[in-house]
Design a protein around this ligand. Structure first.
Ligand code: ATP
Length: 373
Protein backbone atom coordinates (compact mmCIF):
# COMPACT_ATOMS: atom_id res chain seq x y z
CA UNK A 1 0.00 0.00 0.00
CA UNK A 2 1.38 3.39 -0.98
CA UNK A 3 0.80 6.69 0.79
CA UNK A 4 -2.24 8.32 -0.67
CA UNK A 5 -1.54 11.76 0.80
CA UNK A 6 0.53 14.11 -1.29
CA UNK A 7 3.40 15.62 0.69
CA UNK A 8 4.90 18.99 -0.15
CA UNK A 9 8.34 18.53 1.34
CA UNK A 10 10.65 15.63 0.53
CA UNK A 11 10.13 12.80 3.00
CA UNK A 12 12.53 12.79 5.97
CA UNK A 13 13.57 9.26 5.01
CA UNK A 14 12.90 7.50 1.77
CA UNK A 15 13.74 3.97 0.71
CA UNK A 16 13.48 3.58 -3.01
CA UNK A 17 13.58 0.00 -4.29
CA UNK A 18 16.03 -0.99 -1.55
CA UNK A 19 17.30 -4.57 -1.47
CA UNK A 20 19.88 -6.07 0.88
CA UNK A 21 21.19 -9.53 0.12
CA UNK A 22 23.33 -11.81 2.26
CA UNK A 23 24.38 -14.56 -0.13
CA UNK A 24 21.13 -16.06 -1.39
CA UNK A 25 18.93 -14.41 1.25
CA UNK A 26 17.23 -11.11 0.51
CA UNK A 27 16.93 -9.79 4.08
CA UNK A 28 15.28 -6.69 2.62
CA UNK A 29 13.57 -7.19 -0.71
CA UNK A 30 12.82 -4.24 -3.00
CA UNK A 31 11.45 -1.99 -0.27
CA UNK A 32 10.00 1.43 -1.05
CA UNK A 33 8.93 3.45 1.98
CA UNK A 34 8.58 7.11 2.89
CA UNK A 35 8.80 8.43 6.44
CA UNK A 36 7.45 11.92 6.91
CA UNK A 37 9.11 14.73 8.83
CA UNK A 38 8.30 14.43 12.54
CA UNK A 39 6.58 11.09 12.12
CA UNK A 40 6.78 8.14 14.51
CA UNK A 41 7.10 5.28 12.03
CA UNK A 42 7.28 1.65 13.14
CA UNK A 43 8.54 -1.46 11.39
CA UNK A 44 6.78 -4.46 12.86
CA UNK A 45 6.72 -8.11 11.89
CA UNK A 46 7.76 -11.60 12.93
CA UNK A 47 11.36 -12.61 13.56
CA UNK A 48 13.51 -12.58 10.43
CA UNK A 49 11.23 -10.36 8.32
CA UNK A 50 13.98 -7.76 7.82
CA UNK A 51 13.15 -5.05 10.36
CA UNK A 52 16.63 -4.71 11.84
CA UNK A 53 18.31 -4.84 8.46
CA UNK A 54 16.03 -2.04 7.22
CA UNK A 55 16.98 0.08 10.24
CA UNK A 56 20.70 -0.65 9.75
CA UNK A 57 20.41 0.45 6.13
CA UNK A 58 18.88 3.75 7.28
CA UNK A 59 21.57 4.17 9.98
CA UNK A 60 24.35 3.45 7.48
CA UNK A 61 25.71 0.34 9.21
CA UNK A 62 24.87 -1.48 5.98
CA UNK A 63 24.81 -0.33 2.36
CA UNK A 64 22.02 -1.61 0.07
CA UNK A 65 22.74 -4.20 -2.58
CA UNK A 66 20.33 -2.27 -4.82
CA UNK A 67 18.18 0.84 -4.52
CA UNK A 68 18.63 4.18 -2.78
CA UNK A 69 18.18 5.55 0.74
CA UNK A 70 17.46 9.29 0.83
CA UNK A 71 17.31 11.76 3.70
CA UNK A 72 15.24 14.85 2.92
CA UNK A 73 15.52 14.07 -0.77
CA UNK A 74 19.30 13.48 -0.90
CA UNK A 75 20.93 10.10 -1.37
CA UNK A 76 23.05 9.01 1.59
CA UNK A 77 24.89 6.31 -0.36
CA UNK A 78 28.41 5.97 1.03
CA UNK A 79 27.79 8.38 3.93
CA UNK A 80 29.09 6.69 7.11
CA UNK A 81 26.76 6.41 10.16
CA UNK A 82 28.58 9.15 12.12
CA UNK A 83 27.90 11.64 9.32
CA UNK A 84 24.20 10.86 8.93
CA UNK A 85 22.92 12.88 11.92
CA UNK A 86 21.10 9.88 13.37
CA UNK A 87 20.73 8.82 16.98
CA UNK A 88 20.49 5.08 17.51
CA UNK A 89 19.28 3.07 20.51
CA UNK A 90 19.50 -0.72 20.58
CA UNK A 91 17.89 -3.44 22.64
CA UNK A 92 20.81 -3.85 25.07
CA UNK A 93 21.36 -0.36 26.38
CA UNK A 94 25.15 -0.53 25.93
CA UNK A 95 25.97 2.31 28.33
CA UNK A 96 29.64 2.69 29.24
CA UNK A 97 29.89 1.03 32.67
CA UNK A 98 33.00 2.97 33.76
CA UNK A 99 31.29 6.34 33.20
CA UNK A 100 28.60 8.05 35.25
CA UNK A 101 25.15 8.62 33.73
CA UNK A 102 26.09 12.27 33.06
CA UNK A 103 29.35 11.24 31.36
CA UNK A 104 27.46 8.75 29.23
CA UNK A 105 25.09 11.46 28.03
CA UNK A 106 28.00 13.89 27.64
CA UNK A 107 29.75 11.36 25.44
CA UNK A 108 26.98 11.90 22.92
CA UNK A 109 27.99 15.56 22.87
CA UNK A 110 31.46 14.68 21.55
CA UNK A 111 29.86 14.45 18.13
CA UNK A 112 28.33 17.92 18.12
CA UNK A 113 28.70 21.11 20.10
CA UNK A 114 25.87 22.17 22.39
CA UNK A 115 23.73 25.01 21.04
CA UNK A 116 25.24 28.53 21.41
CA UNK A 117 25.38 29.88 24.95
CA UNK A 118 24.68 26.48 26.53
CA UNK A 119 27.44 24.75 28.48
CA UNK A 120 28.08 21.03 28.26
CA UNK A 121 26.81 20.55 31.82
CA UNK A 122 23.63 22.50 31.10
CA UNK A 123 23.00 20.46 27.98
CA UNK A 124 23.48 17.17 29.86
CA UNK A 125 21.10 18.39 32.58
CA UNK A 126 18.57 19.40 29.92
CA UNK A 127 18.73 15.96 28.31
CA UNK A 128 18.38 14.14 31.64
CA UNK A 129 15.40 16.37 32.38
CA UNK A 130 13.91 15.43 29.02
CA UNK A 131 14.10 11.69 29.79
CA UNK A 132 12.74 12.30 33.28
CA UNK A 133 15.95 11.44 35.17
CA UNK A 134 16.86 14.92 36.43
CA UNK A 135 18.91 13.73 39.42
CA UNK A 136 20.77 10.85 37.83
CA UNK A 137 23.89 12.63 36.48
CA UNK A 138 26.28 11.30 39.12
CA UNK A 139 24.86 7.82 39.28
CA UNK A 140 26.54 4.68 38.13
CA UNK A 141 24.61 3.09 35.19
CA UNK A 142 24.76 -0.25 36.98
CA UNK A 143 22.59 1.18 39.76
CA UNK A 144 19.71 1.98 37.37
CA UNK A 145 16.78 -0.18 36.35
CA UNK A 146 16.55 -1.46 32.80
CA UNK A 147 13.98 1.16 31.87
CA UNK A 148 16.09 3.97 33.35
CA UNK A 149 19.14 2.75 31.45
CA UNK A 150 17.19 2.82 28.21
CA UNK A 151 16.17 6.41 28.91
CA UNK A 152 19.84 7.31 29.48
CA UNK A 153 20.67 5.58 26.20
CA UNK A 154 18.00 7.74 24.56
CA UNK A 155 19.41 10.91 26.12
CA UNK A 156 22.87 9.97 24.85
CA UNK A 157 21.52 9.29 21.35
CA UNK A 158 19.67 12.63 21.37
CA UNK A 159 22.63 14.65 22.73
CA UNK A 160 24.12 15.68 19.37
CA UNK A 161 20.70 16.90 18.24
CA UNK A 162 20.18 14.35 15.45
CA UNK A 163 17.63 14.81 12.66
CA UNK A 164 16.49 11.23 13.01
CA UNK A 165 16.06 8.81 15.91
CA UNK A 166 16.34 5.07 15.23
CA UNK A 167 15.20 2.64 17.91
CA UNK A 168 15.70 -1.12 17.56
CA UNK A 169 13.60 -3.10 20.05
CA UNK A 170 14.64 -0.75 22.88
CA UNK A 171 12.15 -2.31 25.29
CA UNK A 172 12.36 -5.99 24.50
CA UNK A 173 14.63 -6.75 27.48
CA UNK A 174 12.19 -5.17 29.94
CA UNK A 175 9.23 -6.67 31.76
CA UNK A 176 5.70 -6.04 30.50
CA UNK A 177 4.70 -3.30 32.97
CA UNK A 178 7.90 -1.36 32.47
CA UNK A 179 7.53 -1.66 28.71
CA UNK A 180 4.09 -0.11 28.83
CA UNK A 181 5.31 2.80 30.94
CA UNK A 182 8.44 3.35 28.88
CA UNK A 183 6.57 3.37 25.59
CA UNK A 184 4.45 6.27 26.82
CA UNK A 185 7.63 8.11 27.85
CA UNK A 186 9.34 7.42 24.53
CA UNK A 187 6.32 8.74 22.66
CA UNK A 188 6.18 11.84 24.87
CA UNK A 189 9.87 12.63 24.34
CA UNK A 190 9.49 12.09 20.60
CA UNK A 191 6.47 14.42 20.42
CA UNK A 192 8.18 17.07 22.54
CA UNK A 193 11.18 17.15 20.21
CA UNK A 194 9.15 16.52 17.07
CA UNK A 195 11.99 14.28 15.91
CA UNK A 196 11.41 11.88 13.01
CA UNK A 197 11.62 8.41 14.51
CA UNK A 198 11.87 4.93 13.04
CA UNK A 199 11.11 2.22 15.56
CA UNK A 200 11.55 -1.53 15.27
CA UNK A 201 9.54 -4.04 17.25
CA UNK A 202 8.12 -7.54 16.87
CA UNK A 203 5.35 -6.62 19.34
CA UNK A 204 2.18 -5.71 17.46
CA UNK A 205 0.49 -4.18 20.50
CA UNK A 206 3.47 -1.90 21.10
CA UNK A 207 3.48 -0.91 17.42
CA UNK A 208 -0.21 0.00 17.48
CA UNK A 209 0.15 1.91 20.74
CA UNK A 210 3.14 4.08 19.89
CA UNK A 211 3.08 4.87 16.17
CA UNK A 212 1.72 7.42 13.72
CA UNK A 213 2.11 4.80 11.00
CA UNK A 214 3.11 1.18 10.95
CA UNK A 215 4.74 -0.95 8.26
CA UNK A 216 3.83 -4.61 8.75
CA UNK A 217 6.71 -6.55 7.23
CA UNK A 218 6.81 -10.06 5.85
CA UNK A 219 9.78 -11.78 4.18
CA UNK A 220 11.74 -8.57 3.65
CA UNK A 221 8.84 -6.50 2.29
CA UNK A 222 6.22 -4.27 3.89
CA UNK A 223 2.83 -5.87 3.36
CA UNK A 224 0.81 -2.88 4.59
CA UNK A 225 1.82 0.67 5.54
CA UNK A 226 -0.90 2.61 7.34
CA UNK A 227 -1.93 4.22 10.63
CA UNK A 228 -2.48 1.73 13.49
CA UNK A 229 -6.26 1.95 13.33
CA UNK A 230 -6.29 1.12 9.62
CA UNK A 231 -3.87 -1.77 9.96
CA UNK A 232 -6.05 -3.22 12.70
CA UNK A 233 -9.53 -2.52 11.33
CA UNK A 234 -8.75 -2.80 7.62
CA UNK A 235 -5.88 -5.26 7.20
CA UNK A 236 -4.83 -5.60 3.58
CA UNK A 237 -4.09 -9.32 3.75
CA UNK A 238 -4.69 -12.46 5.74
CA UNK A 239 -1.12 -12.21 7.01
CA UNK A 240 -1.64 -8.67 8.36
CA UNK A 241 -5.02 -9.63 9.84
CA UNK A 242 -3.43 -12.53 11.72
CA UNK A 243 -0.29 -10.65 12.78
CA UNK A 244 -1.95 -7.56 14.24
CA UNK A 245 -4.91 -9.30 15.83
CA UNK A 246 -6.61 -12.58 16.34
CA UNK A 247 -6.98 -14.72 13.30
CA UNK A 248 -10.76 -14.42 12.76
CA UNK A 249 -10.47 -14.78 9.02
CA UNK A 250 -13.23 -16.36 6.92
CA UNK A 251 -13.02 -17.47 3.31
CA UNK A 252 -15.99 -18.49 1.20
CA UNK A 253 -17.97 -18.03 -1.99
CA UNK A 254 -20.55 -15.34 -2.67
CA UNK A 255 -24.01 -16.87 -3.22
CA UNK A 256 -26.15 -13.75 -3.44
CA UNK A 257 -25.69 -9.97 -3.54
CA UNK A 258 -28.28 -7.31 -2.65
CA UNK A 259 -28.82 -4.13 -4.63
CA UNK A 260 -26.41 -1.33 -3.66
CA UNK A 261 -27.66 1.01 -0.94
CA UNK A 262 -26.39 4.53 -0.23
CA UNK A 263 -24.10 4.52 2.76
CA UNK A 264 -24.90 6.47 5.92
CA UNK A 265 -22.28 8.65 7.44
CA UNK A 266 -19.50 10.83 6.15
CA UNK A 267 -18.08 8.62 3.40
CA UNK A 268 -20.03 8.96 0.20
CA UNK A 269 -20.84 5.87 -1.81
CA UNK A 270 -22.83 2.68 -1.81
CA UNK A 271 -22.70 -0.60 0.02
CA UNK A 272 -24.03 -4.01 -0.94
CA UNK A 273 -24.68 -6.86 1.39
CA UNK A 274 -23.28 -10.13 0.08
CA UNK A 275 -24.35 -13.52 1.36
CA UNK A 276 -21.23 -15.64 1.56
CA UNK A 277 -21.18 -19.39 1.93
CA UNK A 278 -18.43 -20.35 4.37
CA UNK A 279 -18.33 -24.12 4.69
CA UNK A 280 -22.11 -24.47 4.47
CA UNK A 281 -22.94 -21.50 6.72
CA UNK A 282 -24.30 -18.35 5.11
CA UNK A 283 -22.76 -15.17 6.52
CA UNK A 284 -23.72 -11.65 5.48
CA UNK A 285 -20.95 -9.17 4.76
CA UNK A 286 -21.05 -5.50 3.72
CA UNK A 287 -19.01 -4.69 0.63
CA UNK A 288 -18.52 -1.06 -0.26
CA UNK A 289 -18.20 0.20 -3.82
CA UNK A 290 -14.45 0.75 -3.42
CA UNK A 291 -14.01 -3.03 -3.34
CA UNK A 292 -13.80 -4.54 -6.79
CA UNK A 293 -14.51 -8.14 -5.89
CA UNK A 294 -17.10 -10.19 -4.12
CA UNK A 295 -19.91 -8.42 -5.92
CA UNK A 296 -20.87 -11.23 -8.29
CA UNK A 297 -22.32 -14.57 -7.18
CA UNK A 298 -19.62 -17.20 -7.47
CA UNK A 299 -16.78 -14.81 -6.46
CA UNK A 300 -14.42 -15.95 -3.73
CA UNK A 301 -14.14 -13.66 -0.77
CA UNK A 302 -11.93 -13.46 2.32
CA UNK A 303 -12.94 -11.30 5.25
CA UNK A 304 -12.17 -10.85 8.92
CA UNK A 305 -14.18 -9.87 11.97
CA UNK A 306 -12.24 -8.54 14.98
CA UNK A 307 -13.08 -10.26 18.30
CA UNK A 308 -14.71 -7.16 19.80
CA UNK A 309 -17.25 -7.17 16.94
CA UNK A 310 -18.29 -10.78 17.46
CA UNK A 311 -21.30 -10.79 19.77
CA UNK A 312 -22.76 -13.58 21.79
CA UNK A 313 -26.28 -14.52 20.66
CA UNK A 314 -26.62 -11.42 18.53
CA UNK A 315 -25.85 -9.94 15.10
CA UNK A 316 -27.28 -10.29 11.60
CA UNK A 317 -24.78 -13.01 10.66
CA UNK A 318 -24.88 -15.86 13.12
CA UNK A 319 -23.09 -19.12 13.60
CA UNK A 320 -23.00 -21.85 16.18
CA UNK A 321 -19.70 -22.76 17.81
CA UNK A 322 -18.30 -24.55 20.84
CA UNK A 323 -16.10 -23.05 23.55
CA UNK A 324 -12.63 -24.58 23.22
CA UNK A 325 -10.68 -22.54 25.77
CA UNK A 326 -10.76 -19.30 27.73
CA UNK A 327 -8.12 -17.00 29.15
CA UNK A 328 -9.10 -14.58 31.89
CA UNK A 329 -7.25 -11.33 31.16
CA UNK A 330 -8.73 -9.07 33.83
CA UNK A 331 -10.61 -6.52 31.73
CA UNK A 332 -12.01 -9.23 29.47
CA UNK A 333 -11.94 -12.95 28.93
CA UNK A 334 -10.50 -14.08 25.64
CA UNK A 335 -12.51 -17.06 24.53
CA UNK A 336 -11.46 -19.34 21.70
CA UNK A 337 -14.37 -21.04 19.98
CA UNK A 338 -14.25 -24.08 17.78
CA UNK A 339 -16.34 -23.55 14.68
CA UNK A 340 -16.20 -26.63 12.48
CA UNK A 341 -12.53 -27.22 13.26
CA UNK A 342 -11.41 -23.61 12.98
CA UNK A 343 -10.65 -21.17 15.77
CA UNK A 344 -12.68 -18.03 16.36
CA UNK A 345 -11.75 -15.58 19.09
CA UNK A 346 -14.28 -13.51 21.02
CA UNK A 347 -13.87 -11.25 24.00
CA UNK A 348 -16.45 -11.38 26.77
CA UNK A 349 -17.00 -10.13 30.27
CA UNK A 350 -18.90 -13.17 31.42
CA UNK A 351 -17.60 -16.72 31.32
CA UNK A 352 -18.87 -18.93 28.47
CA UNK A 353 -19.11 -22.65 28.12
CA UNK A 354 -20.55 -25.31 25.87
CA UNK A 355 -22.27 -24.38 22.64
CA UNK A 356 -22.83 -20.70 21.87
CA UNK A 357 -24.31 -18.64 19.07
CA UNK A 358 -22.09 -15.77 17.95
CA UNK A 359 -22.90 -13.17 15.39
CA UNK A 360 -21.76 -9.95 13.81
CA UNK A 361 -23.18 -7.10 11.79
CA UNK A 362 -22.33 -7.13 8.08
CA UNK A 363 -20.69 -3.70 8.38
CA UNK A 364 -18.29 -4.99 11.05
CA UNK A 365 -16.76 -7.52 8.68
CA UNK A 366 -13.74 -6.26 6.77
CA UNK A 367 -13.26 -7.64 3.28
CA UNK A 368 -9.60 -8.52 2.73
CA UNK A 369 -9.28 -10.09 -0.67
CA UNK A 370 -10.85 -11.96 -3.50
CA UNK A 371 -8.91 -15.13 -2.83
CA UNK A 372 -7.54 -16.79 0.29
CA UNK A 373 -5.40 -13.77 1.04
P1 ATP B 1 14.46 -10.29 14.53
O1 ATP B 1 13.17 -9.73 15.05
O2 ATP B 1 14.61 -11.75 14.80
O3 ATP B 1 15.67 -9.47 14.89
P2 ATP B 1 14.33 -9.01 11.92
O4 ATP B 1 12.97 -8.85 11.38
O5 ATP B 1 14.97 -7.84 12.54
O6 ATP B 1 14.36 -10.24 12.91
P3 ATP B 1 16.67 -9.18 10.29
O7 ATP B 1 17.59 -9.28 11.47
O8 ATP B 1 16.67 -7.95 9.52
O9 ATP B 1 15.19 -9.55 10.71
O10 ATP B 1 17.03 -10.40 9.33
C1 ATP B 1 16.34 -10.66 8.12
C2 ATP B 1 16.94 -11.89 7.44
O11 ATP B 1 18.27 -11.62 7.01
C3 ATP B 1 17.03 -13.11 8.33
O12 ATP B 1 16.75 -14.24 7.55
C4 ATP B 1 18.48 -13.11 8.79
O13 ATP B 1 18.90 -14.41 9.08
C5 ATP B 1 19.19 -12.52 7.59
N1 ATP B 1 20.38 -11.76 7.99
C6 ATP B 1 20.39 -10.62 8.70
N2 ATP B 1 21.64 -10.16 8.88
C7 ATP B 1 22.47 -11.04 8.27
C8 ATP B 1 23.90 -11.14 8.11
N3 ATP B 1 24.73 -10.22 8.60
N4 ATP B 1 24.36 -12.19 7.42
C9 ATP B 1 23.54 -13.13 6.91
N5 ATP B 1 22.19 -13.10 7.03
C10 ATP B 1 21.65 -12.09 7.70
Amino acid sequence: ERDAEPSRAAPAVELDGVTKRYGDTAAVDDVSLRVREGEFFTLVGPSGCGKTTTLRLIAGFEEPTAGTVRFAGDSVAGVPPEDRDVGVVFQNYALFPHMTVGENVGYGLNFADPPDGVSREERVAELLELVDLPDAADRDPESLSGGQRQRVAMARALAPGPDLLLLDEPMSALDAQLRERLRVQVRTIQSELGITTVYVTHDQEEALAISDRVAVMRDGTPEQVAPPRTVYREPSSRFVAAFVGDNNVFAGRVVDVDEPVARDGEREGTTRIAAVDVDGETLRVAIDDATAYGVTPGDRLTFCVRPEYLRIGDGASRLRATVASAEFLGETTRVTLDWGGRDLVVRTRDPLSGEVVVGFDPADAHVIAADDG
